[in-house]
Design a protein around this ligand. Structure first.
Ligand code: FES
Length: 127
């Protein structure tokens, strides 16, 4: 168990050169979406801001990592692309509310945005 709790997932929200920028995604309320993600997962997930996750073509990227309990049950990080509106945020938060990777089946809405990162990006996340 971690200091955060056995059932607490981790969300890495990329905020760097592309993700979260008005330059790449004008007209998107990036701060509002991050607030929504945090408020809807409070007590269920740690929300971390990340430097570039080396998947800029998929921005905005969020990585949903399992809770310790979810990891013991086989859950692994799931990378989600194009988190650019409230529906995309809610797809993640609804899944996390149900337990996230390893605990609850990925919802169709979250699965729709899932993608396989490059080995370079995956390795970067694990460092
Ligand atoms: S800025 Fe998010 S993947 Fe590069």
């Amino acid at each position: 168990m971690t200091a955060y709790g056995d059932d607490v997932c981790t969300l890495r929200v990329c905020r760097d050169c592309c993700c979260g920028t008005a330059t790449k995604h004008p007209g998107v309320d990036h701060d509002g979406l991050l607030d929504r993600l945090e408020s809807r997962t409070r007590g269920r997930a740690r929300v971390l801001r990340s430097a570039c996750l080396l998947a800029c073509d998929e921005s905005n990227v969020v990585v949903v990592s399992p809770s310790p309990a979810g990891r013991r049950r086989g859950g692994r990080p799931v990378w989600v692309r194009r988190v650019l509106d409230a529906d995309a945020v809610d797809a993640i938060t609804d899944w996390v509310a149900a337990g996230g990777p390893g605990v609850a089946p990925v919802t169709p809405e979250a699965a729709a945005g899932a993608f396989a990162p490059t080995s370079l990006a995956r390795g970067y996340l694990e460092t």
